[in-house]
Ligand binder design. Structure first.
Ligand code: 5RP
Length: 270
């Protein structure tokens, strides 16, 4: 791996081989998402705990201070919306030149395996990889399922992750699944990070799935709504970091979350 590529990967994946990415890119297809109406306010208390920020160039430029020292994974696919015909019909929205201009450590693109736009999204990934490799910028592929959340089983996810890696993604972001997640990770020759999906009912559910996914070989998370839609986002972020970087069990992470809650919002990160 060339120096620039290796350096960017090292900015994102920490010395312990793990990572906690914070995605705030949801607005690119669903508008002002709950608790992300003002991304700057959402991000400010959480950023100290994140190893990287997954964000579009628009929100980066308007809501994130350039003095921000956290590595940026720039979301570069889009062009569809939740009220449009098909979420899978994405294109590339940001060129590599702009990714370089904003000093991105990586770029991220969704692929929609099995959709009507499978081929287009995979060829977009391949094209982005060509560009990224030219400039030493890693590509993170996002195995997206659009509105069909039921697709998140291990057979489907393993297929999508493997294809993304075969096309040259340096990292793959996918969903955890209760059965066979190890097959997803083991079948993917590049590191796998887990997204969260819509907010679940209890903190323990999130902590348990993250713990399980880490045990099965994922290197970390790219977890948004289950952190910043929680009433105590800082506590949740600390708990997730505890799982990923400090080897906590789900129960220990819950204890950490609860002690952060007792400390009160805004003081938990102090
Ligand atoms: C949205 C994304 C998000 O980055 C991804 O889904 C992670 O966020 P969440 O944990 O909220 O699902 O790709 O397009």
């Amino acid at each position: 791996m060339e120096w620039g590529m290796a350096n960017r990967m090292a900015q994102l994946i920490q010395k312990d081989g793990r990572c906690v990415f914070m995605p705030i890119d949801h607005g690119y297809f669903q508008g002002p998402t709950h608790k992300l109406e003002q991304p700057d306010k959402t991000v400010e208390p959480l950023l100290p705990y994140a190893d990287g920020l997954f964000v579009t160039r628009g929100v980066l430029r308007s809501c994130i201070a350039p003095t921000n020292a956290k590595p940026v994974i720039l979301r570069v696919s889009g062009g569809t919306s939740v009220i449009g015909k098909d979420l899978a019909n994405e294109g590339l929205t940001t060129g590599m030149e702009d990714a370089i201009r904003v000093n991105a450590s990586a770029v991220g693109i969704s692929v929609f395996v099995g959709s009507d736009y499978e081929k287009e999204s995979l060829l977009n990934l391949a094209k982005l990889v060509d560009e990224g490799e030219r400039y030493g910028i890693p590509v993170m592929a996002v195995t997206a399922v659009g509105k069909e959340l039921s697709k998140r089983d291990s057979r489907y996810l393993a297929l999508a992750c493997r294809i993304a890696a075969e096309l040259g993604a340096r990292l793959v972001k996918t969903y955890w699944c209760p059965d066979g997640f190890e097959k997803v990770v083991n079948g993917c020759p590049v590191p796998v990070v887990m997204a969260g999906g819509p907010q679940v009912d209890t903190e323990m559910e999130v902590l348990e799935f993250v713990y399980d996914g880490l045990q099965k070989g994922s290197i970390g998370v790219n977890l948004g709504r289950n952190i910043w839609q929680n009433p105590n986002p800082v506590g949740m972020m600390q708990a997730i970091r505890g799982l990923v970087h400090d080897g906590l069990t789900a129960k220990q992470a819950l204890d950490l979350f609860q002690s952060a809650r007792e400390a009160g919002p805004g003081r938990a990160g102090a």
